[in-house]
Design a protein around this ligand. Structure first.
Ligand code: DAH
Length: 389
């Protein structure tokens, strides 16, 4: 007896299967006659189906139908063992050869169809590299530019004007007008890029402060201006220094301005830049163009050190290093000598000035750890910040 399709195995302890076993014949499909016409017909059927298959998926169905367990050839093959002994060899040969022909045809057709399919796929995916393309790489404004614009907006929001000055600056504006002594160390070669030839009287401006003198001459008083721009010093590039960097200068000249106005202005800028409740701290310092002069610190916006105190700063704060304060730059009341140099009467007009480093603001505000990222020009850095920071 030959079992065609295997019945599911009964559970080992199934009492029903033990009591009433299903007769074997009940699940036995037709056993094909194993003779030449039957096998040849089965082979011819299979070969016809194989050559008619139009793709590898269809060929797979043909394979299942014709050489799968339920196919005539497989069923015949399984029935050979039940034939009388003297017929087994001839039947085995007949079925075996037939099956062999079908397998061979299947393999050949499979190769043929797979190759055709691959060729079609390649043709479909062909890229014509000669076609014109509009896939231009997309850039983004550099975050320093965006921040500079934002700072300008803060000045404009306070009702101030924006002014610019040249990057190649007259030594007179960069130093003399700002009351730098002829022997001031900043004039020495290690700080300043001098423009050739020697004695040209021109430098790459070392700060944005010369714009103070320029606008006072050009626009007169009263005056409220912000001057963002690039400045140059002979520093080596490292994680926190660069020979080319950006500052923003603030200058207010009017009647009756005091240091209280300076502190109030700095508080407004701190709030606009970093948010939160600003507190500005001034520490005595020296600049030739201000008197008195101060270094200004903003209360750390990151660890939220309490108003004006430093004892409750987060010791692990990466922005203020646990001090509760971040150093922002220099400031002071404009030195009467500067006003006199540009023809303003210091008895009538006074004012204050300050200078902030834009790179430093970006580092603190946006967590940029290394100055190199700002100057290397990798578009991914800019794109990370997008057009808004
Ligand atoms: N120009 C100074 C510098 O680059 C910064 C500065 C200090 C600017 C005091 C000012 C000021 O306007 O009042 O180091």
């Amino acid at each position: 007896m030959v079992r065609g399709a295997r019945a599911p195995a009964p559970a080992p302890s199934s009492p029903r299967m033990k009591a009433t076993p299903v007769p074997e014949s009940a699940s036995t499909p037709d056993v094909p006659v194993i003779d030449e016409p039957t096998i040849t017909a089965a082979v011819d059927d299979a070969l016809a189906a194989i050559s008619a298959a139009s793709g590898t998926a269809e060929l797979k169905q043909v394979r299942i139908a014709h050489v799968g367990d339920a196919g005539v050839l497989s069923r015949a093959n399984r029935a050979i063992k039940d034939l009388p002994k003297d017929q087994k060899a001839a039947a085995g040969k007949l079925v075996g050869q037939g099956k062999g022909r079908v397998q061979k045809a299947l393999a050949a057709r499979q190769a043929e169809l797979a190759a055709a399919e691959e060729e079609a796929a390649l043709a479909a995916e062909t890229v014509d590299v000669t076609l014109p393309t509009d896939r231009r790489p997309r850039g983004a404004a550099h975050p320093l530019t965006t921040l500079q614009d934002r700072i300008s907006d803060i000045f404009i929001g306070m009702g101030w004007e924006i002014a610019e000055g040249p990057e190649i600056e007259a030594e007179w504006f960069n130093f003399d007008a700002l009351n730098f002594d002829i022997d001031h160390p900043a004039r020495q070669m290690q700080d300043t890029f001098y423009v050739a030839p020697e004695g040209s009287g021109q430098v790459l401006r070392t700060h944005t402060s010369p714009v103070q003198a320029r606008v006072l001459l050009e626009r007169g008083v009263p005056l409220y201006i912000g001057c963002p721009g690039t400045v140059f010093r002979t520093d080596e590039l490292d994680a926190t220094h660069t020979p080319v960097f950006n500052q923003v200068e603030g200058l207010a000249i009017d009647k009756d301005l005091t240091m209280a106005n300076l502190v109030g202005t700095l508080d407004s800028i701190a709030r606009a830049l970093f948010g939160g409740e600003p507190v500005t701290r001034l520490r005595p310092s020296y600049f030739p163009f201000t008197e008195p002069s101060a270094e200004m610190d903003f209360r750390c916006f990151s660890c939220g050190a309490r108003q004006g105190t430093d004892h409750d700063a987060d010791p692990a704060c990466r922005v203020c290093s646990g001090t509760g304060w971040i150093e922002m730059g220099g400031c002071g009341m404009v030195n009467p000598a500067v006003l006199r140099a540009v023809g303003v009467d210091p008895e009538e007009y006074q004012g204050f000035a300050f200078g902030l480093g834009i790179e430093r603001i970006l580092m603190l505000r946006n967590g940029v750890a290394d100055m190199h990222d700002m100057v290397e020009g990798d578009v991914r850095f800019s794109q990370h910040y997008g057009t808004e920071i």
